[in-house]
Design a protein around this ligand. Sequence first.
Ligand code: SF4
Ligand code: ZN
Ligand code: ZN
Length: 307
Amino acid sequence: MTRLKRCRICKKEGYIYLRHANLPLCKEHFISRVHFVVQDTIKKYEMFSKKEKILVAVSGGKDSLALWHILKELGYDTEGFHIDLGLGEFSNVSKQISENFAEKHGIKLNIFSLEKELGSSMENIIEKSYEKPCSLCGTVKRHLMNKIAYEMGHKVIATGHNLDDEASRLLGNILSWQEEYLYRQYPVLPEEEVLVRKVKPLVFLSRKELLMYCKANEIEYADMSCPYSKGARSLVLLDVIEKIEERYPATKIRFVRGFYKLRERFKPSQYVELHKCPGCGIPTASEKELCRFCRIKERVKRDVLAS
Ligand code: SF4
Ligand code: ZN
Ligand code: ZN
């Protein structure tokens, strides 16, 4: 094993080498850097202030727990929420770890169960559908996240999307030229009527940095994959991005930063006309009147009545 170079700032033993910045850092200076990057992102994109309460979407994985920890360390007023998707052992472990974190740090965690909210577990919904698992699950999670925050009276939801997520999603949107999706890929999406503000304070930190942040702070996280993640397109894109980064360090951050600067150019010339979903009131482009979430809900209801 090659020994890490000494910290560029204090010359103490190195904890991490940030290849994209050619920067070796000790544990202490690495933690300070992570805090600085997140604080700077919050300020630059005017995500929220210290006067607001931030609802953190906690999955139990390293990104969302690191986010919660960082926001707490930076002195923000936070509350967590976790959706128990009902994906067997994966969901049980994720929920338990989220609860442990909240208890250890004395912060409030609200737990919601998909079974209670929708009348069925995600496992059941996926098994009875021909649609792609992550597409179904993503629709349900996004909808519930917004609904929960809105009903609780919160103005802002923070999620743990990291640099790798952003870079791979951007690549995916470009590969299929999803104009509307491209424009909506931004660190902050403002509130609009029933839609709560969504922010991603970790967009300039990589998976590796967040993993090392969790280790440095002894944050226990769910280190297991969802049983339905196998073969997901997002994993293929993540792999591609990682391979390019290995060969050409700093590609990810340049790709994402560069896009945010150019984003206005992708503003759709013509917006799709939206209308309020008669089921839940959320704006939808769906021509079939009910939004996709409400259609899934209807399907679940029919299944329950038929069984
Ligand atoms: Fe849902 Fe797909 Fe994530 Fe599993 S991998 S939790 S199915 S989005
Ligand atoms: Zn140092
Ligand atoms: Zn709806």
